[in-house]
Design a protein around this ligand. Structure first.
Ligand code: ARG
Length: 459
């Protein structure tokens, strides 16, 4: 047991208590951030004359050697230490002696852990952003190639109106674009440095908190030392943004699972992204999409868990807050994995354009356009709706599409129909006529694809 306290204790900590309290098994994840924070702290201490320059250099040299040894596998982070802060400090003292004991001057583990978690989350937000951006790039590529790939659009999972694959992918582009802007907001709001807040009430040393903040690339220091050590809002915001990313990935997964089913056959997931069955030789399963959908619950769970942990905590630091780590690390790793795999699955997936177009033709997705045809010929919309309803009934009985009816059959239901009805209800016409901003018409979608490209270049 190596711990940073014990002076006022007369008995050894019970081993079970020690194990229950320890966090090294998970907080070693921010080992590099912990050292980075310590280096900034001693640099500031030396600038303020609290440490000498020689002491600063000795400590920084010691810290660098610890990092090098851990990275090269020469030094192992073990459960012999209570947490990552103790591991670093104990090793530093072992290497450079008494000067190492000055590292923690004017600092508490409370502001230290607040800083480490912020540095870690900030780094991860950047990685998450790259992954979401990669997915957006893949999506826009699919959009550009499929401006004329017709498919049914659904409401209530019933074929509704014809759209294009570009339009459908474009909906996901908007969702993931919002996800990126959420990550951006979190990054800007959280970027204030808690270092120098001490245990809760600052410190009597003349620290230059603005200087440490600058060294660590924060926009400035936090303004209340109690809030600094007790704030986990940014973690909750991140878990909320991650939950939304997972909700989007999960909806997308669900669609891919449906599209990949034997009944739909809209897509074929690449062999490298599907799995087989141990008993049924014919099977090729969409496991990646199912796992992404499944893991969504786990990320939502992390959000609920931390909100619940924080809800009853009096100011300032409480040990409950140590519970923020495992679930946040797990949620971040889960989302990163899901984003990367999903992108791989999507970019290798084959879209069966003929099946999609055929499906659009055979689901009366052009019924609205048939009604619009009548309206354009002077029939009030409500009557047109009823007439087309009759057409649909007729087709259902005969098991044919609207396009397959003869003009004579049309005229029997309404004399308004003429030869040009066929042109009006062609899937292609139905889509291309939809030219309002945000609609699936290819000309409009091509403009959106260009805007997306500009966005991806700029941000
Ligand atoms: N492992 C602790 C955490 O994650 C570090 C802070 C400990 N502070 C304390 N006063 N016990 O929150």
């Amino acid at each position: 047991m190596a711990q940073l306290w014990g002076g006022r204790f007369t008995k050894e900590t019970d081993q079970l208590v020690y194990n229950f309290n320890a966090s090294i098994s998970f907080d070693q994840k921010f080992f590099h951030q912990d050292v980075k924070g310590s280096k900034a702290h001693v640099t500031m201490l030396a600038k303020q004359g609290i440490l000498t320059e020689a002491e600063r250099d000795e400590i920084i040299g010691g810290l660098d050697s610890i990092v090098a040894d851990v990275d090269e596998g020469k030094l192992e982070i073990t459960s012999e230490y209570e947490d990552i802060h103790s591991f670093v400090e104990a090793n530093l003292i072992e290497r450079i002696g008494d000067t190492g004991k000055k590292l923690h001057t004017g600092r508490s583990r409370n502001d230290q852990v607040a800083l480490d978690m912020k540095l870690y989350v900030r780094d991860e937000v950047e990685e998450l952003d790259h992954l979401v951006k990669q997915l957006l790039t893949t999506l826009n590529g699919i959009m550009e190639e499929n401006l004329h790939t017709y498919m049914p659009g659904f409401t209530h999972l019933q074929k509704a109106q014809p759209i294009t694959l570009a339009h459908h992918m474009g909906a996901y582009f908007e969702m993931f674009k919002r996800d990126r802007s959420r990550l951006f907001d979190i990054r800007s709001r959280m970027n204030l440095c808690p270092l120098g807040s001490g245990a809760l009430a600052g410190t009597t040393y003349p620290l230059d908190r603005a200087y440490s903040a600058r060294l660590l690339e924060f926009d400035g220091p936090t303004l209340n030392s109690m809030d600094s050590v007790a704030d986990r809002d940014y973690v909750i915001e991140l878990l909320s943004a991650l939950s939304t990313i997972m909700m989007h990935l999960s909806r997308f997964s669900e669609e891919i699972i449906i599209w990949n089913s034997n009944e739909y056959g809209f897509v074929e997931i690449d062999d490298s992204y599907s799995t087989g069955s141990s008993i049924m030789p014919q099977k090729k399963n969409p496991d990646i999409a199912e796992l992404v959908r499944g893991k969504t619950g786990r990320v939502y769970g992390a959000l609920m868990s931390l909100l619940t942990t924080m809800k009853g905590l009096p100011l300032a630091y409480n040990k409950d807050m140590q519970e923020d780590k495992e679930l946040t690390f797990d949620a971040i790793d889960t989302v990163k994995g899901c984003l990367a795999l999903f992108d791989g699955m999507l970019s290798t997936m084959k879209f069966r354009k003929d099946v999609m177009e055929d499906s659009a033709k055979h689901g009366f997705t052009n019924a609205t356009d048939a009604a619009d045809y009548l309206v354009n010929h002077g029939v009030p919309f409500r009557d047109a709706h009823g007439i087309v309803g009759k057409l649909v009934l007729y087709c259902l009985e005969k098991k044919i599409a609207l396009d397959d009816m003869t003009l004579e059959e049309y005229k029997k239901i309404s004399p308004v129909f003429e030869e040009d009805i066929y042109q009006a209800i062609r899937i292609r016409t139905c889509v291309e006529k939809r030219m309002t901003l945000g609609a699936p018409g290819a000309e409009m979608m091509a403009q959106i694809v260009e805007e997306n490209k500009k966005y991806l270049e700029e941000k």
